[in-house]
Each structure stands twice: as structure tokens, then as C-alpha cells.
Design a protein around this ligand. Structure first.
Ligand SMILES: NC(=O)c1ccc[n+]([C@@H]2O[C@H](COP(=O)([O-])OP(=O)(O)OC[C@H]3O[C@@H](n4cnc5c(N)ncnc54)[C@H](O)[C@@H]3O)[C@@H](O)[C@H]2O)c1
Length: 313
């Protein structure tokens, strides 16, 4: 009897999911899952035209028993090699509650559901975001511990956590929670010979990234991208290369880690521009000025409370 092929399961069939499939699926059994049938069918068709043979699975990551069922099914296909969790939603089109449910709880569901099925050599990679790095310093130690260790049933129950925040803020908090949850899971995964890590992209030119670039704060994001070290947005392929590194033997001693894939955008954001610019933009607009006016003056003018290079969230 022929040996079973090793398995790669990819959750989220958007830009990063497809790019990860291209990099990882050769010679492996590929399962591709998404909540949206339209997105899933489009990804399946793209990959099949390129010679891959993925099976498609409708899966909403907020449904823990469905995620458990999917994890079981993936493990039954053969030895589980790689799990890439890319499903998520952005703050342009979704509410804070949806972001907490999908990005925060959904990721915890995936981590917990696959844990019983991982074994020696399995590598899970969860896609977080540079936004998580921006939020981390503003989250109390108590809330960080809660995100890392709380059972999923009480994950959204914490006195410092409210749905009554801007979706953008919920997104940064959820992504910080992802990074913490991955770190905390690494011990249990390690006990089974498996590894788990996250990657934190900057702005990536996928459906989600395009939404943000075309959204109400797109002009601010573009200004930040121009000011960053690489002066460009990332591609799904940029992210998938790091996913592949974390999936493979070159990263055998890396677990519980997060790798930024952002062309230094988060550093630029933290030290000088985005949040400062958001604040300046808001303040200037209130006073009838534009951001470009501020930028022309920036080298000469000190704007009290926002020009000190600190983020306030
Ligand atoms: N694109 C960016 O600029 C960017 C930046 C930082 C982080 N990220 C993160 O990268 C990951 C991948 O994003 P992408 O750029 O590929 O976006 P994308 O929009 O192309 O793909 C995301 C996919 O997740 C699916 N999805 C949404 N809710 C789901 C649910 N409840 N269950 C299952 N699937 C669901 C969507 O249908 C979509 O196909 C996300 O977690 C995102 O937050 C993206």
C-alpha cells in the first residue's frame, strides 16, 4: 500500500492563504478552508489551474466544533505536516465584536482544535499582524496573561475588554492576543513534538490590504508605507516565504515566536508617523488644516503632545 502523503491544512483562502498553498502544497495533500464559499471556490479554481489538487472545506473559525471536526479530518488524511491559519477580517468592513469573535476567538479555536492531532514535526503558523506589536505595550500584564491562558469560553470576558471600541482598536488588541496565545500554546505543542509560531505582516496587497488602502485612513497608510524602510506594501508571497521558513526544518529550534514581515512599517509607525499622523490629522482637520499642510511644516513646527515620537492608544 502506498504511504499516505503528508498533509498541509490552510485555513483562510485569501491572498496569504493562496500564496502559502503555492509554497507548501507541492507533494503534500492540501486541505483549504474558508467561511466564504465564493472566496473558497475562487481559490480552489486558481490553485487547480496551477496544477495543485486541493480539497475545499467550508469552515467558520468561530464555530469551535466545526474547527475540531476539520482538524480531525485533516489528521485523518495523513501525517499532519503544516497548519497555516490565515482566516481573518479587517477593521474597515467589520465591527469590533466581529473582529474579536473571528480574529481573537477564532484563532484560539484553531490552536486548541489542532493540538490533539499534532505530532513530531508538525508546524502550525498563525497569521497575526504588525498591529499586534503596536498594541502590545498598551495592554496590561493582567490582560496579556488572560489572552495567553484563559479558556476560550471566557476569553472575551475581562474587565479591560469592551466591544465598545473602534474596530481598528479591536483589531490591534485581537492581533496582540494572537501573538500571546501562540506563545502560550508552544509548550503544549512542544510536548507533542510540534511547533507553533506566528507571523505579523505589515500592509499586504491582498483583498484585505486593498480594503485598508482604499478605506478612510488609506491616505495615512500610504504615507506610512512611503516612509518605511522598504517603501512598498508587501505581497502574499513575501508573507508565504516566512510561513515556509517556519514550516520547514530550517526553523527547527523556533517555537512560540512571532516574526514581523512588514518592511519596518511598524517601527516607522511606532516611532514617528501613523498614530501620530492619525492624531495630528484629526486635530488639524478640527482646526481646518490638512495633513499635507502639517507635513510641509513638520520640520519647523513642534506640535505639542504629538511630536514626541510616542504612541498613545
Ligand atoms: N492584508 C494585510 O494587509 C494584512 C496585514 C496584517 C495582517 N493580516 C492578516 O493576515 C491574515 C490573512 O489576510 P489576507 O491578507 O490573506 O486577507 P484576505 O481577505 O485575502 O483573506 C482572509 C480570508 O479569511 C476568510 N475568513 C473571514 N472570516 C472567516 C471565518 N470566520 N472563518 C473562516 N474564514 C474566514 C475570508 O473569507 C478570506 O478568504 C488575516 O488574519 C489578516 O488579519 C493581513
Amino acid at each position: 500500500m502506498a504511504a499516505l502523503k503528508r498533509v498541509v491544512a490552510i485555513i483562510g483562502s485569501g491572498g496569504v492563504g493562496i500564496a502559502s498553498a503555492r509554497r507548501l502544497a507541492g507533494g503534500r495533500t492540501l486541505l483549504l478552508a474558508d467561511a466564504s464559499n465564493e472566496r473558497l471556490q475562487s481559490a480552489l479554481s486558481t490553485l487547480r489551474k496551477e496544477g495543485y489538487e486541493p480539497s475545499g472545506h467550508i469552515l467558520d473559525v468561530t464555530n469551535s466544533s466545526a474547527v475540531e471536526q476539520f482538524a480531525k479530518q485533516a489528521a485523518e488524511e495523513g501525517p499532519l505536516d503544516v497548519v497555516v491559519h490565515t482566516a481573518g477580517v479587517n477593521p474597515v468592513s467589520f465591527s469590533a465584536k466581529q473582529i474579536y469573535d473571528i480574529n481573537l476567538v477564532g484563532t484560539a479555536n484553531v490552536i486548541d482544535a489542532f493540538q490533539p492531532h499534532v505530532g513530531v514535526g508538525t508546524s502550525m503558523i498563525c497569521v497575526a499582524s504588525m498591529a499586534g506589536h503596536l498594541a502590545m505595550g498598551s495592554i496590561s500584564a493582567a490582560l496579556q496573561k488572560h489572552f495567553a491562558l484563559s479558556p476560550i469560553s471566557s476569553l472575551l470576558t475581562h474587565q479591560e475588554l469592551s466591544n465598545n471600541v473602534e474596530p481598528g482598536m479591536a483589531y490591534t488588541i485581537a492581533k496582540a492576543a494572537n501573538i500571546l496565545r501562540v506563545q502560550a500554546a508552544a509548550k503544549a505543542y512542544g510536548d507533542q513534538g510540534a511547533r507553533i509560531n506566528s507571523v505579523s505582516p505589515g500592509i499586504i496587497y491582498t483583498v484585505m490590504g486593498k480594503d485598508e488602502l482604499e478605506g478612510p485612513t488609506g491616505h495615512m497608510i500610504k504615507a506610512m508605507v512611503d516612509a518605511s524602510a522598504m517603501k512598498r506594501v508587501g505581497t502574499g508571497d513575501d508573507v508565504s516565504k516566512v510561513v515556509a521558513f517556519l514550516a520547514g526544518p530550517e526553523s527547527a529550534y523556533v517555537t512560540g515566536s512571532d516574526i514581523l514581515v512588514d518592511g519596518l512599517l511598524s517601527f516607522e509607525t511606532r516611532t514617528s508617523a501613523l498614530l501620530t499622523l492619525f492624531q495630528v490629522d484629526k486635530r488639524l482637520r478640527r482646526n481646518g488644516f490638512s495633513l499635507s499642510f502639517y507635513l510641509r511644516l513638520r520640520s519647523n513646527v513642534y506640535v505639542e503632545g504629538v511630536d514626541d515620537g510616542l504612541i498613545r492608544m
